[in-house]
Design a protein around this ligand. Sequence first.
Ligand code: PLP
Length: 384
Amino acid sequence: MKSTSNIYLSKKALETNLKFLRKLYGKNKIISSVVKGNAYGHGIEQFVPLAQECGINHFSVFSSNEAFRVKKYSELGTTIVIMGMIYEDELEWAIENKIEFFVFEVERLLNAVKFAKKLNKKAIIHIEIETGMNRTGFNKDDWNTVCEIILNNSKYIELKALCTHFAGAESIANYARILKQKKVFQKAVKYFENKNIKPEILHSACSAASIRYPETRMDMIRVGILQYGFWPSKETYIEYIKNKKVKEDPLKRVISWCSEIMSIKDIEEGEFIGYGTTFLAQKDMAIGVVPVGYSHGFTRSLSNTGRVLVNEKRVSVIGIVNMNLMIIDLTDVEEVKIGDTVTMIGIQGDMEVTVASFSELSNQLNYELLTRLPQDIPRSILVE
Ligand SMILES: *Cc1c(COP(=O)(O)O)cnc(C)c1O
């Protein structure tokens, strides 16, 4: 049976974004494609093979569950890093399969050694340093213990990286905090060096940091939102574009999301439309019903404020977004008929609905809206 909406991924857009990032970062940097949150809603099973076709061979995920999915759909020799959750009984699986993982707890480090011994293999680890985000990472007090364990178990530990994560690099309001974090990270690197421990690489930057603080790029950038064609914040975009001659967005949105018109009818002036009384027809109107609602990821907070595209025109969502459908204003759309395409995210002619414009309306971040797109919406690749 058909789904009431479909998601499409543009290979061309992804190629454009990766080309831009490779040029910006330079040749020697590793780009780790961050595909947590079901590849920011794009779909791990579709996005990972697509990214590989575009030359990506390094992925970062949040959990072992996501690592398992990436592994299934990636080529041999692809590097996968788990940045967050991994259960003790899955550590063995990770080590066995050369899945790399962040370590930010002594217990996880000891368990890694335990399973590495059992398998007679090395655990490939990224030691996360707490530098001021205060989420995960080893505090200064733990550094000595961590160093001792690494030195005493060098047969079973491959120290791939020291790393950290910044607390909100997308906003200038956090400037002082980021500077402090950079300093603490340098201190940690020195500390480990003095103990004769040298990681293969250093990494700290997410998308926003890689744009605003180029020195944080180090050996590898963990790129999430930028590769999908979205800026981490408007501020980050303005900062990037302000000194450029051509004020044109170098990124292209990879995702589009479409449905179709299910029903059309005329409404008389003075009638309320949909549940309750939030929308009053101030004139005679034509409305369309679209079989997409909040259960499909079109958030209820877009009630009376969302915009979609129909026949290359931008039209409004009217009334409350329902669980399975929404109502749109077709009064000014000519020759519209049942079955015409409705674009919730994407391009029609010269018009574009980006998640960004959508999210500004609903005061949500791109990140949240994208990752809320349900996993069961079919996703397919557009080659052209
Ligand atoms: C999500 C995440 C990233 C990627 O963030 P973007 O802003 O999407 O680039 C990088 N590092 C860590 C630790 C993350 O959790």
